[in-house]
Design a protein around this ligand. Sequence first.
Ligand code: B3K
Ligand code: ZN
Length: 885
Amino acid sequence: MTDTPSSTVYRLDYTVPAFLVSHIDLTFDLDPSATQVSATTTLHHNPESGLHDLILYGEALELVRVVMNGKTLDKQDYILENGNLRIPGAPDDVTLTIDTLIHPDKNTSLMGLYLSNGNFFTQCEAEGFRKITYYPDRPDVMATYTVTIKADRQSCPVLLSNGNLVETGELPDGRHYAKWDDPFRKPSYLFALVAGKLVCREETFRLADGRDVLLQVWVEQGNLDKTAHAMESLKHSIRWDETRFGLELDLDRFMIVAVSDFNMGAMENKGLNIFNTRYVLANPRIATDVDYANIESVVGHEYFHNWTGDRVTCRDWFQLSLKEGLTVFRDQEFSADLTGSDSGRAVKRIEDVRTLRQLQFPEDAGPMAHPVRPDSYQEINNFYTVTVYEKGAEVVRMYQTLLGRDGFRKGMDLYFKRHDGQAVTCNDFLAAMADANGRDLSQFERWYSQAGTPRVKLESHYDAAAGAVTLKLSQHCPETPGQAEKHPFLIPVAVGLLDRQGNDMPLHQPGKDGTQTTAILELTQESQTFTFTGITEKPVVSALRNFSAPVILEYDQSDDELLHLLSHDSDHFNRWEAGQRLASRRLVALTKAVQTGAPLSLDDAFIDAYRTVLTDTRLDAALRELALTLPSEMMIAERMDEIDPQAIRSARQYMRGALAKRLEKEWLAALEANRTEGAYRPTPQDAGKRALKNLALSYLLTLDDTRYAQIAIDQYHQADNMTDRLAALTSLVHAGYTTGLPETKALLEHFYREFENEALVIDKWFSLQATSPCADIQTIRTLMTHPAFTIRNPNRARSLIFGFCHNNMAQFHATDGSGYAFWSENLIELDKINPQVAARLARCMDQWKRYIPSLRELAGDALRHVSQQTLSRDTREIIGKTLSA
Ligand code: B3K
Ligand code: ZN
């Protein structure tokens, strides 16, 4: 724990490293309480640097010995400052051996080398390698690695590191060793070591070039029956990258390891990906359809990093989106392609945009707003954000929208041709895209440098006499912390025009050849007009198709126009969007009505529109489910000037109740019609049916009718899969049946007993209760005392504490401030254990200034209370920015 004044790192302060490393040879003598690390590094002075001090970063290390070019250094030969080791005026060629002692059993931060259920794991991104040994721990220092791991054979039969296994053998005292060699130069953040009692599923897999590679998925004993899906996903990922991008696996062996104590989702260490168990373990009994889909996408994501991240890496951490935005885009495309249908692609796109809007738009409008390529940070771990990841992926997607799929591929090819084996910048990526396509993309750079979500205003005008439609587009981007002035972006706006029958009209722009049904308009100025000719009737405009840019579209369309789009748009995304806009309009009005005590009502036109969607069996179930799911409370909050969480919840619940009541027959029919046949399969078709059926069930449960509760109870007992079982239980609990219906309490108990030994399912058990509208602070505090709860395991902490603080808005923001008191207590406790996870919890308060005055005051008190404590650098940065914005 440190409490030194925060120091800020600036992007523009970048300087090249004074020394480069050609090779590092590491030896670990593993012991839970005292692990000896010996690192022999070959360094050379970097001719591009004028500095001669050799700086080796370190954190929480016990230095045993430093040997430079054969001579053991005395204390006066080096300087230890802020944890780092500096050798002033080092010679140009250095061979350095450093011995350090570390204590994995004391490491609760889960960065560096730590223990999980008695096994050893490492996490080095972003700056964890410095918790293992003194090293130039920065991504632009790339080296080859050999790693020898020594350990007790009994407790650590399995010893893994990056690359290829080159040697194994026995040692005295029941110990053994393994030696690994990674031929690819890599930065230290991609180093990994795993040792312990693990078992694996393995397969030989033939690559496109005919080479056979060994694939392994390592888990704790007892979990082998949950690894098939991860293995399938890995094989799909390898194939997909070969086909879509011509990128092949460069190693002979590729390993995935699952660990139950992990700060985030997974980590792309070269050849040895380490995963949160959450994104590996699945079988129908314990995993839901959403889990299956997430595993596929995270396995893909980490595998795709092998090229976008590992082979070509980041010059400095400000360039993080270079690998993350690009790799998220790649995993999104992978999942979309695997669905194998247009509607499947649309479902994936809608889900991704929903995440972006729900999480990234608020970030862009709050105290932590930062550009996709940030300009400064205090703690880099705080910048693994939805902006860097999800908005970063949208930025990459826009290249593809502007250049076309082929043009994008050409850009990727050039990027690898130029930069394989290098540590580069976002501008290098942009230059590859531009040069490969002969385009000037300099204006596009603003997507990397300017924070905030641009507003695009659209005004349409139809001139019947001229048979022309004019679209006037204008843009502006709101101020964000540290960025008052913004310049226009290059925004691709995809548009289509629908005729009265709902068909796409051919689009022709004067001066341009040919026609199409979707045009990509390039908005580059503050304001511009675009004209389409040969338009014989007043069309309905379908704007920002497929969400062609991460902007907020401001376009006044009547209910009738939106209804027309909802029923006919050939762009699935915009059909969904029209439905969401119709619902949002009403939800905002209902929230205001709740606040003023006005009577609540829902119009027939809206009900009819929902009925049409619900009963339109030509539409895939998955698309119908998305369309019939109301915008979340968070989305409604986004549209309010002042957030009143209780009013928002009442409005949304009213609307759900009204839709349930007036479409009762149709919901029931949908529930019956969407039961899946045969054994469980996590295909998009079956998952879509289950989603729609379970949505129907949750609507029906809002009606106070025990018949529906009985349907849910039966479904719970009869289900042969976690999706249906969890949905039944969640709907019952969230509808408040825990008090009215004794069986529901019994079901919760039953679920707990049934899955007591499945940590990931117990996480679900906590989180379904934490997110219930009925869960008041007392319920949460009681759950915190449950024997299965521990704040030390990030998944468990997230399931209960984050579930409540992040995903139960109306209860968390209770008017008596009890939620905030709970938040500050737990934040302070967690910060002492795991700063990275604590800093995420701190972000619950991002929006505090937007809440109604009574809540704002209480939130401010809680924030000030936290700010007076001794905090980690991670949490201090967040609290500081939240208070001062
Ligand atoms: N690159 C890692 C994230 C590391 C987070 C460090 N705080 C996972 C990923 O994006 O694939
Ligand atoms: Zn990533």
